[in-house]
Write a protein that binds this ligand. Structure first.
Ligand SMILES: *Cc1c(COP(=O)(O)O)cnc(C)c1O
Length: 433
């Protein structure tokens, strides 16, 4: 696979280079130069395939020049060792549950695949690699667990002390193994500045072979296309057009769906569902992309005022604005509407949704009401409600049972290194290590 930068100011690169560097030097985003089309026979038989078989077929079509099929099969089997169920909710509405991985959120798909692909690309090097990530909560856990036990790669996670939720802190500070967690006496911006400074520090980047595990790494995006095939395979027998609602913040998840669409997956309509951070729904209405400062909401993983994957949406859709507007609809909802619907869904279906997933449900319903045509609707459920129990429990008036991975984390002792927000301290710690 050859990749180009959306800014067109850096040379094209191989997948290996794109995965190991993360970002092109011109600060654009890597996008595949050509997107292969899957054969019709694949879609004829897709309903008989399981998730890993689909992931392998799609992954091989994309990556066949970069990794042999057996090695890819090993990565797929190891990365996706949990379920991806499609659950029926009500007439013509289904939930694709993406929260059965170790950190109970869809970011596990990207993080687990990326870590194993990186390991593969480093297979002939005996250099130990160090990954440094700053997290405001969720990404750190997915990356930490994604790389847990991956040989030759060490991960250091920085999180702002006292500024993540209890659940998030439990997840971040109980990983162990090759993962080190640092509690920084500062805010998220301090954590990010420290990581940036570390990458710019010649001594650190040379002695530690620092690499990023950025959320916009192409290796995180590719596996996020796989589960769209799962939704189609499970719902194909309805014979109705498929409408997919994606709760969105940085729009990496939606990019995965658009990639699947460009490879031939028959999706009739994508719905970009957001909270009040509605830059993309506004763009779809007005044609003007106007980033603004983010606003805090109860679906905080989607509090993004300048979605970094926006240029990738344009690129994957061939910069064709009329195609984008015909294939993607956008809807935005405030916290009040989200809470009311969360309560109603629990009451009517005895089903608990995290706030992000409720936003996707609202988007799907809004589209269905404005189109009134027979479709099969599916919404992507991006996190287990227990991850947001502080919001969900009071709204539904019931406790959310902790699923096993979280219950385990709660039983473990917190292990975190406490550091100030000064670069000298981080540097000394990293070099001691
Ligand atoms: C990251 C995240 C999102 C947003 O996904 P994007 O790819 O950034 O659009 C939605 N829900 C949850 C629970 C998340 O963690």
């Amino acid at each position: 696979m050859e990749l180009y930068s959306t800014k067109h100011l850096s040379p094209n690169v191989s997948l290996q280079e794109a995965v190991l560097t993360g970002l092109p030097p011109d600060n654009g985003l890597y996008v595949p130069s050509t997107i292969p089309e899957l054969p019709a026979t694949f879609f004829d038989h897709i309903q008989d395939m399981n998730f890993r078989e689909m992931a392998l077929t799609v992954g091989h079509a994309l990556l066949k020049d970069d990794i042999d099929k057996d090695s890819l099969a090993t990565i797929v089997d190891d990365a996706f060792n949990f379920d991806t169920p499609v659950v029926h909710l009500e007439d013509n509405i289904h939930v694709l549950e993406l929260f059965h991985g170790p950190t109970l959120a869809f970011k596990d798909y990207g993080a687990r695949f990326m870590s194993r692909l990186m390991r593969y690309f480093l297979r002939n090097s005996d250099q130990e690699i160090n990954i440094l990530v700053a997290t405001s909560g969720d990404t750190g856990g997915a990356v930490g667990y994604g790389f847990l036990g991956i040989e030759g790669i060490k991960v250091t996670i920085l999180y702002p002390k006292g500024k993540v939720s209890e659940v998030q802190e439990k997840q971040l500070t109980t990983i162990g193994g090759n993962i080190t967690t640092i509690e920084v006496d500062g805010n998220f911006d301090d954590c990010q500045s420290l990581v940036k400074a570390a990458f710019l520090d010649p001594v650190l980047s040379k002695t530690l072979h620092l690499t990023s595990a950025n959320s916009i790494n192409i290796a995180r995006l590719i596996p996020q296309s796989f589960y769209y095939y799962q939704a189609y395979a499970q719902l194909k027998s309805s014979g109705l057009p498929l409408v997919v609602s994606v709760p969105s913040g940085n729009f990496g998840n939606l990019c995965g769906g658009l990639l699947a669409y460009q490879m031939g997956l028959p999706v009739y309509q994508f719905i970009a569902s957001t909270n009040v951070n509605d830059v993309v729904p506004a763009y779809l209405k007005t044609g003007i992309f106007h980033p603004k400062p983010s606003v805090a909401t109860i679906s905080n993983a989607m509090d993004v005022g300048n979605p970094s994957n926006f240029p990738r949406i344009l690129a994957i859709m061939n910069e064709d604005e009329s195609l984008i507007k015909s294939k993607i609809s956008g809807f935005a909802f405030d916290d009040y509407t989200t809470k009311v619907k969360m309560q109603e869904i629990h009451e009517r279906f005895n089903y608990m949704m995290c706030p992000h997933t409720v936003v996707a449900y609202l988007g799907l319903k809004a589209w269905m009401e404005s189109h009134r045509m027979p479709v099969t609707g599916v919404l992507l459920s991006t996190a287990h409600p227990a991850k947001f129990t502080d919001i969900v429990s009071p709204v539904i008036g019931a406790e959310v049972t902790l699923p096993p991975p979280l219950a385990q984390a709660y039983r473990k002792e917190k292990i975190a290194v406490s550091l100030s927000n000064r670069m000298e301290d981080l540097k000394a710690f990293l070099l001691s290590g």
